[in-house]
Write a protein that binds this ligand. Structure first.
Ligand code: GLU
Length: 419
């Protein structure tokens, strides 16, 4: 069986094949859409706290910049590999196009376990990686952002390293920065908040009341932890949440604040810290009886193996690529409404775009301005995808692909091929 990263790339390429029949497209152009434009692999040394030197491997993959500069996060994870980053870069291209922001798609990753690194090691790793990929990034070329296990502090180091190298401050080289360094208000919570905005739209469309709706969330990071709070605020009942080690479940609804406090304090979810909960595995969590299921961790968790047992009415993809195409078919047969990743989790890159625009113009927008613009873009995009879903009688994923890939194709045709 192929490695997980390779399977992820196969899945991303298959999604493009599936949408191809809706376009009259030259097979060469299709191949171009399925391939990346530039790929940088770097091996670099980092001085560890014990005095030893360790060599790490990192990637920056640029999939497509037909509609604008490359854009996408950097993830730190022990299992990151080139194929996974290629797939994630491709998804960024479609995501930017679905929400119609003028960016292409890219992704980066460093193969490491950030949980085992000290702050000093993490900083040195980030700075050296930034230096290694500095030939490929820049505010007009390719703009990184946070992803799995990276955060505003990591973005601050990227901004500082790149700026030091240039000799002047370049805040627009990266988004998701701390507010003090040109970060945008609302960026930190944007992905999780966007997931909830999309869910509310789905509930409205399907006539499912959000009040009391039972929500299950896989993941407690940049996306899951924020989404949990917004679901709670919206009157939904978060009945389960997990991190990479496992989850907590209470059919009457979890004390979200206690769960997130515990995660913050102990870096894990402890049953004794959240009253009335049962411990469950990530596998069990996905199969819980609920109204809304939000996978908000890694790709490939809903497969043909467990899809028949998914009981949610709505599946909202906070993670990138959580559902395989085989699982998609099963979910469609079961009548589960899927809000696909390239729509559901686009709030992050939308506010990244706002951050970049503010940096380039040296402006600071208000919280209200960011919130209103985010909501407008996500709601409009949801409506556009639903319109295609109804008109062409296709799944929401296919509709989002028709919209996103269609916009990229149109841009390709307008630009033509050089020379
Ligand atoms: N890593 C996030 C994503 O997968 C955000 C990317 C960005 O803001 O550029 O969408």
């Amino acid at each position: 069986m192929a490695e997980k990263g390779t399977q992820t790339l196969e899945m991303a390429r298959k999604q493009v094949d599936l949408v191809a029949k809706y376009f009259d497209v030259d097979p060469g152009i299709l191949e171009r859409l399925k391939s990346t434009k530039r790929e940088l692999t770097v091996h670099f040394p980092v001085k560890m706290d014990d005095g030893s030197v360790r060599v790490f491997t990192g990637y920056r993959v640029q999939h497509n910049d037909t509609r604008g500069p490359f854009k996408g996060g950097i993830r730190y994870h022990p299992e990151v590999d080139l194929d996974e980053v290629r797939a994630l870069a491709m998804w960024m291209t479609w995501k930017s196009a679905v929400v119609n922001i003028p960016f292409g798609g890219a992704k980066g990753g460093v193969q490491c376990n950030p949980k085992e690194l000290s702050q000093g090691e993490l900083e040195r790793l980030t700075r050296r990686f930034t230096w290694e990929i500095s030939i490929a990034i820049g505010p007009e070329v390719d703009i990184p952002a946070p992803d799995v296990y990276t955060n505003p502090q990591v973005m601050a180091w990227i901004m500082d390293t790149y700026s030091t190298f240039k000799g002047y401050a370049v805040p627009g080289v990266v988004t998701g920065k701390p507010l003090e360094l040109g970060g945008s208000v609302g960026r930190y919570e944007a992905t999780g908040k966007g997931v909830v905005i999309s869910t509310l739209k789905a509930c409205e469309y399907l006539n499912i009341p959000i009040e009391g709706a039972r929500v299950v969330i896989q993941g407690c990071g940049n996306v899951g932890s924020i989404a949990a709070q917004y679901f709670d605020k919206a009157g939904a009942k978060v009945i389960a949440i997990s991190d990479s080690k496992g989850g907590l479940y209470n059919e009457k609804g979890l004390d979200i604040r206690a769960a997130l406090d515990c995660k913050k304090r102990y870096a894990c979810l402890l049953q004794e810290e959240v009253s009335g909960t049962e411990v469950i595995t990530n596998k069990e969590l996905l199969e819980l009886d609920c109204d809304i299921l939000v996978p908000a961790a890694l790709e490939g968790v809903i497969t043909e193996e467990n899809a028949p047992r998914i009981k949610a009415k709505i599946l909202v993809e906070g993670a990138n690529g959580p559902t395989t195409p085989e699982a998609d078919e099963i979910l469609a047969e079961k009548g589960i409404f899927v809000v696909p990743d390239i729509l559901a989790n686009a709030g992050g890159v939308v506010v990244s775009y706002f951050e970049w625009v503010q940096n380039l113009q040296e402006l600071l927008w208000s919280e209200e301005e960011v919130a209103t613009r985010l909501e407008n873009i996500l709601k409009r995009s949801f409506d556009e995808v639903v319109a295609i879903h109804e008109e062409k009688k296709v799944t929401m994923r296919m509709a989002a692909y028709i919209l996103g890939v269609g916009r990229v194709l149109k841009a390709h045709l307008l630009r033509g091929i050089y020379p």
